[in-house]
Design a protein around this ligand. Structure first.
Ligand SMILES: *Cc1c(COP(=O)(O)O)cnc(C)c1O
Length: 386
């Protein structure tokens, strides 16, 4: 089977792991954790960063740090990985699901501004959703597939309504927005994932990055059981969300190769796009003019998601030994978020069953990619596309 996206551990991973074992520094204290944090902060263009056990943990505590609490609403795209909405729910809050735009698959900023203007009111103690009476506490844009949202528009809207912005940049390390790096696009905090299927991995892990040291310190404090000083004194209900030195050892080795890994992802993406550009009815993943995507995943999108077509192609590729996969389902279809308030324009609905991700590991060689390209073309033509 040609895998979808597997880790590419071709650097100092084994050497750094051995160092952890030789020094017995395998837990949450150790120099790899701080070196990993510094390395991600530098790559993201953020002043500081704190390592987490996962991207989801990072999103949870970043939202907590900007003040999201029980019964609040957090504006979240309807089209995202469930972890974005879960992190909101972990705060006791609820996502306010807003649609993405067709050209970027990121938050539709016209819809965002229009909905906030029409459906909220400012009071002395914050911004409130008129219908439910719930406080609106933050905006959580997602950099879909590693492609940044239109952050100048989002931060302008956030300023108009007095809302903090936490970016779910889970798969976007290496992307730029109008030339600016991922941690410097205007969000108060940006969260990255180092899960095994991301461009660079720590096995599992996350980073919360930002310019404001108070926010980063709050995240760090909450992630380490909210301990005060060296003794068993805690000033709030904290979490054990810290990354281990073992994870950071792998993560640091991977960060040393970030530029090559992102370049490989972009090369793979461009090759697929060129190879399928003549097939009518298929389009490439978004590349809005404001961003240079980190191209986390490659694949194709159907112009019209004819029922059964994607399943047929998916099955044929699997029989050919190719691990291609369908992609995210809209959040309003997920049972835990079925009751969440929404502002939808049918874009997320149109993306349902329209996207197929294709093998895009950073060590995918040209010959193997050519095999994938030929099988995909054959399958689409077989199913009446092209
Ligand atoms: C991968 C991903 C996450 C979750 O990160 P974990 O490290 O797996 O918890 C969250 N949001 C998006 C958009 C992702 O792609």
């Amino acid at each position: 089977m040609i895998p979808l996206a597997v880790p590419n551990l071709c650097g100092n991973e084994a050497r750094y792991l051995q160092e952890c074992i030789d020094t017995t520094m395998v837990s949450t204290v150790g120099e790899f954790v701080s070196r990993f944090e510094e390395s991600v902060a530098a790559a993201a263009g953020s002043k500081s960063a704190v390592a987490m056990a996962s991207g989801t943990c990072g999103l949870h505590l970043a939202l907590r740090a900007v003040g999201v609490g029980r019964d609040d609403l957090v504006v979240t795209p309807d089209f995202t990985f469930v972890a974005s909405a879960n992190a909101v729910a972990h705060c006791g809050a609820m996502p306010w699901l807003m649609d993405v735009d067709a050209d970027s698959w990121c938050l539709d900023t016209v819809l965002l501004a229009g909905t906030l203007r029409a459906e909220t009111e400012k009071r002395r103690d914050g911004l409130f959703h008129r219908l439910s009476g719930q406080r609106v506490a933050a905006i959580l844009p997602v950099y879909t597939l590693g492609c940044p949202a239109d952050m100048d528009s989002i931060t302008a809207i956030a300023a108009e309504f007095g809302l903090p912005v936490v970016a779910d940049a889970a798969a976007a390390l290496g992307a730029t927005y109008k030339g600016r790096p991922t941690g410097d696009m205007g969000a108060d905090l940006s969260v990255f994932s180092f899960n095994g299927n991301k461009t660079v991995t720590a096995g599992g892990g996350g980073i919360v990055a930002g310019h404001n040291p108070d926010l980063i310190n709050t995240v760090r404090h909450l992630s380490t059981t909210a301990r005060v000083g060296a003794d068993y004194t805690h000033d709030q209900v904290g979490f054990n969300y810290r990354m281990t030195n073992l994870q950071a050892a792998v993560g640091l080795a991977q960060m040393e190769m970030l530029d090559e890994m992102v370049a490989a992802k972009r090369r793979i993406c461009e090759r697929y796009n060129a190879a399928f550009s003549d097939l009518a009815g298929i389009r490439a993943f978004p590349q809005p003019e404001w961003a240079e995507s980190a191209c986390w995943f490659s694949g194709i999108a159907l112009e019209d998601a004819r029922p059964g077509l994607l399943t047929a192609v998916h099955g044929e590729l699997r029989d050919a030994g190719i691990d291609a996969r369908p992609f995210w389902q809209p959040m309003h279809h997920q049972r835990p978020f079925a009751e969440a308030p929404t502002a939808l324009t049918c874009v997320s609905e149109s993306l349902k069953d329209a996207i197929l991700t294709l093998p895009c590991s950073t060590n995918l060689d040209d010959a193997t990619q050519t095999r994938v390209i030929e099988a995909v073309r054959a399958s689409f033509i077989n199913n009446g596309i092209g």
